[in-house]
Design a protein around this ligand. Structure first.
Ligand code: IMP
Ligand code: MG
Length: 179
């Protein structure tokens, strides 16, 4: 079964579980090679929960910590352009080397919101890491340090990514099927 229905739409496999794990291993390895000291990972909920869990298991940097923020901008298959902060940074992160873990960077509106939130926190350094990136849609100046895979402007679900809250549990990443 390569296609599946979520709500009113049909999806087909786009990135297999195996390929996802290869991408994750490469990302974790690149982060480990960076030798960042006492890193504080910040995973962006909900979408990045599986990605963050899989990356963290492979991090060998000493004293690695993880924390979570929760932002939302999507309704259905479209970005609303407005990013809501549902759970903010609840701790003192002054002087920390922050590594943001995102599931996907699309328009970059969420990333702008994240960097705005971090601006006032006097952190020591910031790295942005994303599993997926829609480069053709991204129109912001913020550099993205690590990109797992660049994808076209298709709506995707699975491995943490949702279509109106369902599909996050799927082990593969699926894309909207053109009918
Ligand atoms: P941006 O603010 O447009 O960059 O979008 C960022 C957030 O929207 C991501 O962290 C995802 O949670 C969600 N998002 C963007 N594109 C997709 C998609 O294709 N499928 C599911 N969620 C997406
Ligand atoms: Mg997200």
């Amino acid at each position: 079964m390569n296609s599946l229905k979520l709500h009113d739409k049909t999806f087909e496999i786009f990135i297999s579980e195996k390929e996802i794990q290869q991408i994750v291993a490469k990302i974790a390895n690149d982060i480990n090679k960076s030798k960042i000291e006492n890193p504080l990972f910040i995973a962006v909920m909900n979408g990045a929960f599986l990605f963050a869990a899989d990356v963290m298991r492979q991090i060998t940097l000493a004293n690695a910590e993880i924390s979570f923020i929760k932002l939302a901008s999507y309704e259905g298959t479209e970005s609303t352009g407005k990013v809501n902060e549902l759970i903010g940074i609840g701790e003192d992160i002054t002087g920390r080397n922050v590594i943001v873990l995102e599931d996907i960077i699309d328009t970059g509106n969420t990333l702008v919101k994240i960097t705005d939130l971090l601006k006032n926190e006097n952190i020591k350094s910031l790295k942005i890491v994303t599993l997926l990136h829609k480069a053709e849609v991204y129109d912001k100046d913020i550099p993205i340090d690590l990109i797992g895979k660049n994808i076209p402007n298709d709506f995707v679900v699975g491995y943490g990514l949702d279509y109106d809250e369902i599909g996050r549990n799927l082990p593969h990443i699926y894309k909207l099927k053109n009918e």
